[in-house]
Design a protein around this ligand. Structure first.
Ligand SMILES: CSC[C@H]1O[C@@H](n2cnc3c(O)ncnc32)[C@H](O)[C@@H]1O
Ligand code: ZN
Length: 432
């Protein structure tokens, strides 16, 4: 067997127990071959040193717009509507394919360095995004974000068609590491008939849906006013809630909508930092978990976060979940860690999220030697409340080492950062 041994660490198991064990990966299949105490010596092959560290599933960033790294710090301190209309959409109107490639590569480098092995991305120029994912060795679910408001019928229909087209064309790319979805931007930025028809097509072809929903009160009230129903009930009537589908945010979601999500098996991606920065509100995460809704974690784009560090995000989820529920026991450490790993992977329908024999070898080694992690009474507590993305020592996806001893192996980090700086500067110039 072409083995990769991650040796000498402690392993986080799917039930959040922790045991001293080596993890042996079959690099040909990209799966975990064995997990056990001191088994690495039984295998020939490459070894990654996990001594003093914790081996855990790679984090899954279940909602982002990776190329928005180019707009990090471009516009801050505004609510969602004016931020998008006054700053972000005008800048995005000047995007060129090379910008999306450069911004996505920057986002990917940042994610690999902070322990993310898979992500879900809604953006433009999907061929560029897919090429960046292929080169990087990560996994992703990708889609073209559709907006039909303020477009004539022909342009709107073409935008919808592009989203379906790229979903068909890129599904299974990068040796199966790229999967796709139909991605209408939101329930208020895409017209009803477009949603109804394209959803029916997606259903016929087995294409999942991903869209923003119930992010702000401004997204809820127009639907309640026009249709006399809650947004997720409107989405359900359009056929948009199935087990394959996942909605971003779900901040202003009432008890009936939570029951509806649970009944349909539709997942919610919680983006606590973006919701806080844009003052969108606090999502009822503990209520969703109690109802049996699968909850994943996403950073949203770097322009509303302002980083793509999922450790940061899961910490925010645990902290803000308590505030939202007015209960310090809400969203406990294990729930937050599980949401950012198995929850996110299940929500976006990609392998990974758990270290188990036969499962995808998407895993990371987190260094526990740093002063801010001493003492370590409880590993899971530290993973939720104290670990930073910069504590990640190695990142492995599909059995391939993407970062070793903090050196990214698959992309040239220096070139990626420099190119992104140049493209960001010229993008902003073109947008002004
Ligand atoms: C049409 S591609 C995706 C689209 O979404 C925009 N976006 C970024 N962050 C958010 C957010 O929090 N809510 C809604 N839309 C968002 C992004 O700028 C792209 O235009
Ligand atoms: Zn978003």
């Amino acid at each position: 067997m072409n083995a990769l041994c991650i040796a000498g660490g402690r392993v986080l198991r799917p039930d959040c127990s922790v045991e001293a064990a080596d993890v042996v990966v079959d690099r040909d299949t990209g799966n975990v071959h064995d997990v056990g105490e001191e088994i690495a010596a039984e295998y020939d092959g490459e070894t990654l040193d996990a001594a003093g560290g914790v081996v855990m599933p790679g984090l899954v960033n279940a909602h982002t717009h990776a190329a928005m790294t180019l707009l990090r710090g471009y516009a801050d301190d505004k609510p969602l509507g004016s931020w998008l209309r006054e700053d972000i959409w005008p800048a995005e109107a000047a995007l060129e394919p090379e910008d999306v490639r450069a911004g996505t590569e920057l986002g990917i480098v940042e994610m690999i360095r902070s322990g993310t092995t898979a992500f879900a991305d809604m953006y433009f120029e999907v061929p560029e995004v897919a090429a960046a994912v292929e080169e990087s060795g990560m996994r992703a679910r990708l889609g073209h974000g559709v907006v039909t408001v303020a477009k004539d019928d022909e342009d709107a229909a073409e935008d919808v068609e592009e989203s379906l087209r790229v979903a068909r064309e890129f599904d299974g790319a990068a040796d199966g590491r790229v999967r796709t979805a139909f991605m209408p931007h939101s329930l208020t930025t895409v017209g009803e008939e477009f949603l109804r028809e394209a959803t029916a097509t997606a259903r016929e072809e087995g294409i999942p849906l991903h869209f923003h929903a119930n992010e702000t009160t401004d997204e809820v009230s127009p639907i309640v006013d026009d249709y006399e129903k809650r947004p997720l009930s409107y989405a359900d009537d359009l056929g948009m809630l199935s087990e394959q589908d996942f909605v971003a945010h779900g901040v202003h979601t009432d008890a009936e909508e939570i029951e509806l999500l649970a009944a349909r098996g539709t997942s919610v991606i919680h983006c606590p930092a973006s919701n806080t920065k844009l003052a969108s509100g606090i999502a009822p995460v503990q209520q969703m978990l109690d109802a049996g809704v699968t909850v994943g974690i996403g950073t949203d784009g770097a322009a509303s976060n302002n980083d793509l560090d999922v450790f940061d995000e899961l910490r925010d989820a645990a902290m803000i979940g308590k505030l939202g529920a007015d209960d310090a026991a809400a969203v406990p450490a294990a729930a937050a860690v599980t949401a950012a790993t198995a929850g996110s992977a299940d929500a976006i329908g990609l392998p990974g999220g758990r270290i188990k024999v036969g499962g995808a070898a998407d895993l990371i080694v987190v260094d526990f030697d740093a002063p801010h992690l001493a003492p370590a009474h409880d590993v899971v507590s530290h993973l939720a409340y104290a670990v930073r993305g910069s504590d990640v020592r190695h990142t492995v996806c599909d059995g391939r080492v993407l970062m070793e001893d903090r050196e990214v192996q698959t992309l040239d980090e220096e070139r990626v950062v420099e190119t992104a700086r140049e493209r960001a500067a010229s993008l902003v110039e073109r947008a002004e």
